[in-house]
Design a protein around this ligand. Structure first.
Ligand code: GLC
Length: 741
């Protein structure tokens, strides 16, 4: 009998019980242990390795030259290594096992970009909880997640791993994942320490090319890229990972201002700072460190506690301490951070994993149901001409396309531990539908397949069916780390496949499964409906089948802007206005008269060949029903900086389906000491309404949340005029105003 996800042990007695001195019980234990440690044992605790062979792991553990390992995910192997550490080393300090559990461990949820599309922090927190329950049963108590890098350029393959382009959405989703992983008592054996990453500014890689330089002014960093990290720290994130990139010449793994002044002093972060894989060693390649010894010195003194795989700490830290280039105090502070985490995780009292747990929790019914719910909510309906969807009266459906039965690729990037044999594909799910005849012709064998010889058969088969469902998108390998694309067009002959289906004259529904927004403007014209799913994970097929057949109604919204063409990137809704915003009468390429006058096309910020608008804006998504917003009003016209803005509006479901609308509140600071975004998401809510139902909805926003880092680099609310919008996406709604005195 599969045990429920929510069966968690009794709350353990808090390890952090405070003694009279105000120092916690854990602090006392850490100090006592630290006092016994040799410098070699201290440095061993800071050396975080991925053992390439079991022997390498055993040797490193037996010699106490590591205290935390990544990529050990077999519980028996973890227990054996733990036994060596606890029973065969001088001090018996337990190991901490880590893994990239990014969107689920065995049961895979949609990739994080898809989870962001739900605009549902509750289901995202649930997903992280499921991941923690499954991964901890394998001995993993530390995940390198959530990734909360704001990304405005979808050429960057890692846009798949985060919450998209908006700082507020990323803040809400990052905090939800931290809560889900860590629960309310980190000493519970079915929790994991979160690791917020990649600190910071990694998503601003020039050209969307992974690992590339970023040039982020400090105010922009603080106003756009740091807020999700601050929110995750406030949510209690136990650890943080430094990013590969440099910001204006300073690699994050050696950035003392970022790791000490901002993270520790301003935000009061008390957890562990770990580098990314060899990111401290890479400071040599950056040209920021002369050699590994120098890089190690810079990283430790900047505030890095743990070294992931540069080996610089194990090779050079002892001599750096003995020479005084790194103080004993700094060394002890780093060791204190990791020992505190191990105590908080309960590892000293409970170092071993219960080998019975895994078979109870993996792929249990609650986990699969949660994954399916998330996949349903993550799907974004981009087009639905003549109510093609949901498929009604369709008795015979042709299923085609390289993603129709692609379990591995449907799982998306960072799915090391998701087993494709558990993945429900759209084909498998549709074949289970009572009374529906499903014909299947892949047409293409994989997303990059250029062969067109199978396409005529698709047209012929489509003519025999009542409708066609074309499953296209990206193989999993085409997004994620180091997988940036210079062109976001559909790969292979996928466009030709859609045209082949279209040629049958039957209704064509396109379902995209990808790790990023693709430039699908032309393909949109060739279909009657399009459902966009960001690699939906284990239960993606079951979710898509329910959505296509009307057992569920789409509610997802775009967490990133969809460009018409790649050349528009970076493209994001919360941009500054420029001094020459478009006015709407710009002349585009196809309308330029011969020998047109130099300034006749409009001297504003647009592209002759692509205009200025995206294909779809941030926050966009259709439903099978329609919604109407009315009576939008604020409770006052003028606010003090200590007040709360209360916005009320009526939301009506004006269609025939019970459905959920993600209502969004955007605010603009019209004039500031620096130019401000044309609008910023400040609240959102999923509102469930029955067909015909309407409801008054209320958003409350403390005026203090309108604070930003202005010209003098201080963070405050600047009095003046503000506009706000309430709508179903970032490009809709009428502005209303209020003033802050
Ligand atoms: C990778 C990624 C990081 C990941 C780490 C460990 O290079 O940048 O996100 O957590 O290494 O696998």
């Amino acid at each position: 009998m599969k045990k429920s996800l929510f069966l968690i042990g009794l709350a353990a007695l808090g390890l952090a019980g405070c003694s009279t001195s105000g120092r916690s019980e854990v602090d006392r234990k850490v100090d006592e242990l630290l006092g016994k440690m040799t410098i070699e044992e201290k440095i061993g605790q800071l050396n975080h390795i991925s053992p390439f062979t079991p022997e390498m792991g055993r040797e490193a553990v037996a010699s106490a030259s590591t205290g935390a390992l990544l990529n050990v995910f077999d519980p028996a192997e973890a227990n054996e290594l733990q036994r060596i550490a606890v029973e065969e080393t001088r001090l018996g300090i337990p190991l901490l096992f880590a893994r990239d559990v990014i969107h689920g461990f065995h049961t895979l949820f949609p990739i994080p970009l898809g989870q962001a599309a739900t605009f549902d922090p509750e289901v995202v927190e649930l997903g992280a909880r499921v991941a923690a329950v499954e991964a901890s049963a394998a001995g993993i108590r530390w995940t390198y997640s959530p990734m909360i890098d704001v990304a405005r350029d979808s050429r960057w393959g890692r846009v798949a791993e985060g919450a998209g382009e908006d700082p507020y959405l990323a803040s809400v989703m990052g905090a939800a994942m931290v809560r889900g992983y860590q629960g309310d008592d980190l000493s519970q054996p079915n929790t994991m320490a979160a690791c917020i990453k990649h600190f910071a500014g990694y998503g601003a890689a020039e050209g969307g090319r992974d690992y590339n330089t970023t040039k982020i002014p400090v105010r922009e960093l603080r106003n756009s890229y740091l807020p999700p990290f601050k929110a995750a720290v406030e949510a209690g994130a136990a650890t943080l990972m430094t990013s590969f990139n440099e910001i204006d010449g300073v690699p994050s793994s050696g950035n003392e201002w970022l790791l000490r002044d901002v993270l520790r002093e301003e935000w009061g972060f008390k957890g562990v700072v770990v580098t990314d894989w060899n990111s401290s060693g890479e400071m040599v390649a950056h040209g920021f460190a002369a050699d590994l010894r120098d890089a190690t010195c810079k990283a430790v003194n900047a505030g890095v506690d743990l070294d992931m795989m540069s080996m610089g700490f194990s090779r050079h830290l002892k001599e750096l301490v003995e020479s005084g280039e790194v103080s004993e105090k700094r060394l002890d502070e780093a060791v204190r951070h990791i020992l505190t985490l191990k105590y908080r995780l309960g590892l000293f009292d409970n170092p071993y994993v219960d080998l019975e747990r895994q078979k109870e929790v993996d792929y249990c019914d609650e986990h699969l149901a949660a994954a399916k719910r998330c996949a349903v909510e993550s799907a974004v309906l981009l087009k639905n001409e003549d109510a093609t969807l949901p498929l009604k009266g369709v008795r015979r459906l042709l299923v085609t396309g390289p993603m129709a039965d692609a379990a591995h690729d449907q799982n998306g990037t960072w799915s090391f531990d998701g087993q494709p044999e558990h993945t429900v594909t759209p084909l498998a799910a549709l074949r289970e539908v009572e009374g529906l005849q499903v014909d299947y012709l892949p047409g293409l064998l994989y997303s990059r397949d250029n062969s067109t010889d199978r396409l005529p058969a698709v047209t012929a088969a489509a003519r025999q069916a009542d409708a066609v469902a074309v499953f296209i998108g990206e193989e999993a390998i085409l997004s994620g780390e180091a997988h940036s694309l210079a062109d976001l067009k559909l790969q292979g002959a996928q466009s030709r496949l859609i045209a082949a289906a279209r040629a049958s004259g039957r209704p064509v529904v396109v379902v995209v499964m990808a790790g990023r927004p693709l430039t699908i403007a032309e393909e949109l014209k060739e279909c009657d409906a399009m459902l966009y799913c960001f690699h939906p994970g284990t239960m993606g097929g079951a979710a898509i089948a329910d959505l296509l057949l009307g057992k569920a109604v789409p509610s997802g919204k775009t967490p990133v802007t969809f460009p018409k063409v790649t050349g528009q990137l970076p493209l994001y809704y919360n941009h500054n206005n420029t001094g020459r915003p478009v006015v709407g009468n710009e002349v585009l390429l196809e309308n330029i008269p011969l020998q047109a006058g130099q300034t006749s096309l409009g001297c504003t910020s647009f592209y002759l060949d692509a205009g200025w608008e995206p294909l779809f804006p941030f926050g966009y998504g259709l439903s099978y029903t329609t919604f109407a917003y009315s009576d939008v009003k604020a409770d006052k016209e003028v606010y003090g900086t200590g007040d709360t803005l209360a916005v009320e509006f009526t939301l009506a479901n004006t269609g025939e389906y019970d459905a959920v609308e993600v209502a969004q509140l955007y605010v603009q600071d019209v004039t500031g000491s620096i130019a401000r975004p044309v609008k910023e998401l400040k609240r959102f809510a999923r509102v469930a309404l029955k067909a015909g139902e309407s409801r008054t909805v209320r958003f409350e926003l403390p005026i203090a949340e309108l604070a930003f880092y202005g010209l003098d680099n201080s963070c405050k609310v600047e009095p003046g005029q503000f506009r706000f919008w309430v709508a179903g996406d970032s490009a809709s709604g009428e502005p209303r105003t209020f003033e802050v005195k």
